[in-house]
Write a protein that binds this ligand. Structure first.
Ligand code: PRP
Ligand code: ADE
Length: 176
């Protein structure tokens, strides 16, 4: 029987603010089989694009991108929240489903013309991943695609990212 990854993702209503159905991946991480299957499926989909590097969105994206990078034998670039990276950075401000943030990348981590696949746990409005793609492009790279474990339907994420190839493993309606 294939593993139903959706069954391993816990829903927490009204977190972090009333009205948000929070998709909690900590329950997925507690199952080594489900976590392993998640990485295997992400790697299979990632292999469909020509990719030179992976980039991971702070912080939950790190959990999935790091094992993918070692399995794929690719360099991993960290896209971090403001003020965390020690070297010279480029940054981009964006809106979340429930707040505002800024992403940064080390300017030297993206060679000119490098094809970068961006990885995160989840797409909601697409704001974080749009900022991630903008950063990669500002640094001189090309966005080879975007991969997420969870796609929330109803907040316009896929539409906001229409310029990019986006793959996801599991979809949920935003109010589900
Ligand atoms: O599509 P969007 O509306 O931009 O929302 C999705 C983003 O929100 C969450 O991250 P969050 O900023 O909460 O940080 P975390 O990973 O550190 O929990 C999630 O991990 C995505 O990165
Ligand atoms: N509904 C949600 N669940 C988990 N992470 C999120 N990031 C943005 N919206 C989210």
């Amino acid at each position: 029987m294939p593993i139903d990854l959706a069954q391993h993702i816990r829903n927490i209503p009204d977190f972090p603010i009333p009205g948000v159905q929070f998709k909690d991946i900590t329950s997925l991480l507690l199952s080594p089989d489900a976590f392993n299957e998640t990485i295997a499926r992400m790697v299979d989909l990632a292999a469909e694009a020509r990719v030179d590097r992976l980039a991971a969105v702070d912080s939950r994206g790190f959990i999935f991108a790091a094992p993918m990078a070692t399995r794929m034998g690719l360099p991993l670039v960290l896209l971090r929240k403001a003020g965390k990276l020690p070297g010279a950075t480029l940054s981009y401000d964006y809106n979340l489903e429930y707040g505002q943030a800024s992403l940064e990348v080390h300017a030297d981590d993206v060679p000119s013309g490098a094809r970068v696949l961006i990885i995160d746990d989840l797409v909601a409005t697409g704001g974080s991943l749009k900022a991630a793609a903008a950063l990669i492009e500002k640094a001189g790279g090309e966005t080879a695609g975007i991969g997420v474990v969870i796609e929330l339907i109803g907040l316009g994420g896929r539409e906001a990212l229409a310029d990019y190839d986006l793959f996801s493993l599991v979809t949920f309606e935003v109010d589900e």
